[in-house]
Design a protein around this ligand. Structure first.
Ligand SMILES: Nc1ncnc2c1ncn2[C@@H]1O[C@H](COP(=O)(O)OP(=O)(O)OP(=O)(O)O)[C@@H](O)[C@H]1O
Length: 249
């Protein structure tokens, strides 16, 4: 589904992603973890074709992201970590626009959109301009429009933070169902507990390098009796446990 081989991304002299390789398979919910600035969004933007890798190859659903960019984009649904750009149109207009781009037939899009709008409790707001929406409501419109063409691969950048508990529960269930149908969900998160409950496998990135790939159980086994928080801090090279806060006294 996703194959990343020796991928590096530099911004000027700064190496944001440093020679990473991993694969995400069909039927997996795959979590991509790492601290702020570790390189998660940069990696996701290379997979989805916004950023060109400085080095290395990425294949999505068998297509090379540089050689077959359209086939790649058609086969995935992407929810970015940033709010929607089109603020003056309504949620319904935005979803319809994206459905046009992906050539979703009218009956199919109405059926899918109605269900998704109902699940995410947006019915009363969908005809209002996006500029009036809360952050979580914008996130929901972004999700609905990413799923309206029923893509095999979902790529979600921090999808759960910002959603209310009921919507987060529904989304997590949708992610699991999608993988159970033999399709794939790749999502980024900072939160180990979400990864533990949701993911078949995870990759942890720290300072642009992959520091762990496997299941959360394998990570626990390798680290003994530590809490997930401790494990995360250690594998990402954090020194936070040593901080002396006595200066606040
Ligand atoms: N367009 C850009 N130009 C220059 N530097 C960038 C750009 N995008 C990202 N970076 C840098 O690349 C590094 C990785 O950033 P990235 O956004 O991928 O991190 P992240 O893991 O997604 O972090 P967060 O959890 O905070 O969202 C950071 O040092 C960031 O400043």
């Amino acid at each position: 589904m996703i194959k990343i081989e020796n991928v590096t991304k530099k911004f000027g002299n700064h190496t944001a992603v440093d020679d990473i390789s991993f694969e995400v398979k069909k039927g997996e919910v795959f979590g991509f973890l790492g601290p702020n600035g570790a390189g998660k969004t940069t990696t996701i933007k290379m997979i989805t074709g916004f950023f060109k890798p400085t080095k290395g190859n990425i294949h999505v659903n068998g297509f090379d992201v540089l050689k077959n960019p359209l086939s790649v984009k058609k086969s995935l649904g992407y929810v970015a970590d940033e709010p929607l750009i089109m603020e003056k149109v309504t949620g319904a207009e935005y979803i319809n626009f994206i459905a046009d781009v992906f050539e979703v037939p009218p009956e199919t899009r109405i059926k899918r959109a109605e269900k998704l709008i109902e699940h995410f409790k947006l019915k009363d707001f969908i005809e209002n301009p996006i500029s009036t929406y809360s952050h979580g409501m914008k996130q929901k419109v972004s999700l609905i429009s990413a799923l309206i063409h029923n893509p095999d691969l979902w790529i979600l950048d921090e999808p759960i933070v910002g959603l209310d508990p009921e919507s987060a529960f529904i989304l997590k269930k949708m992610m699991r169902n999608h993988a159970n149908e033999g399709k794939t969900v790749f999502f980024s998160t900072h939160i180990m507990e979400i990864a533990e409950k949701m993911c078949d496998r995870i990759a942890i990135i720290g300072n642009g390098k992959i520091v762990f790939i496997g299941t959360v159980d394998e990570l626990r086994e390798a680290r003994g009796n530590e809490t997930l928080e401790q494990i995360f801090l250690e594998v990402t090279g954090s020194e936070s446990e040593k901080i002396d806060f006595s200066y606040l006294d």
